[in-house]
Design a protein around this ligand. Sequence first.
Ligand SMILES: NC(=O)c1ccc[n+]([C@@H]2O[C@H](COP(=O)([O-])OP(=O)(O)OC[C@H]3O[C@@H](n4cnc5c(N)ncnc54)[C@H](O)[C@@H]3O)[C@@H](O)[C@H]2O)c1
Length: 351
Amino acid sequence: MKTALVTGSSGLIGSEMVAFLDERGWNVHGVDNNMRRDFFGEHGDTTWNLERLRTTTRSFEHHDVDIRDRPAIARIVAETKPELIVHAAAQPSHDLAASRPFDDFEVNAVGTLNLLEAARAHTPEAPFAFLSTNKVYGDAPNELELVELETRWDYADARYANGIDETMRIDATMHSLFGASKAAADLLVQEYGRYFGLPTVCFRGGCLTGPNHSGAELHGFLAYLARATRDGLAYRVFGYKGKQVRDNIHSYDVCTAIMAFAEAPRPAAVYNLGGGRENSISMLEAIARFEELFDRRLDWTYVEEPRRGDHICYISDLSRFRTDHPQWELTMQLDDMLRELARVSPAPVGS
Ligand SMILES: NC(=O)c1ccc[n+]([C@@H]2O[C@H](COP(=O)([O-])OP(=O)(O)OC[C@H]3O[C@@H](n4cnc5c(N)ncnc54)[C@H](O)[C@@H]3O)[C@@H](O)[C@H]2O)c1
């Protein structure tokens, strides 16, 4: 039986990965200390998701460990010797980082280094998949010329018809502290590939979504929007006339991308990973669709000032990943994701 280590295993991506591997006969060790609750309050509590995994998996062991705890991480990796590491634990919010800069950096950058060193020492052959982010590009994508359409912004230049690729620069741009800590981690992951030869990959995510997101106002765009519409919560739209565009990928399709890499790994790989143009949606469009699905109006207000460093239009160009892993394909279309979120709806607060 093969063994995998998944960090952030009670979160959106980590929990999907645990279930995915468990179903395929892997022995899975998860590391998560429910720090999402500490970051985002009760909406961010992931206990329900851990309980769900405990009752639905066959070979899953949970470790309530902080990835900042270097000796504990080294011990887990030494003892379990995973053949695959999926690193999805993070402080994931662009906005929260400014109020908790040390926590943000220590979790995102130093926590990643702890795992990389443990992998190098104890299991250097194991594919190491890191969930990076498109925020490593900072606000450089906002320099692209845009056209304003009725409900969304779009790229004016046809060269960006498929979206933004990995050649977008990552320096001399405003990242937010979150983007900076993730960029530090992204570079470290690449370096452990280039310098030490570990089979590492950075997946620079667009919006990752799915039913197992503990959606909070500061993180988990579609999950929180679904919750706000369903529960009549006040929702704020920040800047860009509500026409900002995100591409959305389902957590299941993130798992299949990770497995495609794990089956044919190479050192220091970097891929943009999102839903691409066909799964892109603007804030106004998402609000309209959830209002339709829930058959109720969202109580939303417009805040003129955009979030600092927020993207106006971000669509991931998936060409590089598709070229390297031609068998991989997106299985979940945008409307399937929205309907799934509306149907299962996010977990009740505090459950
Ligand atoms: N969700 C998105 O839209 C998105 C977009 C781009 C990139 N990403 C990246 O994907 C990864 C997974 O995101 P997600 O949406 O699943 O986030 P999530 O918050 O749902 O999951 C992260 C998990 O990590 C855990 N965690 C946080 N700090 C920890 C620590 N110090 N020790 C142990 N566990 C800790 C949290 O409790 C949480 O369960 C993150 O690295 C994030 O930056 C996410």
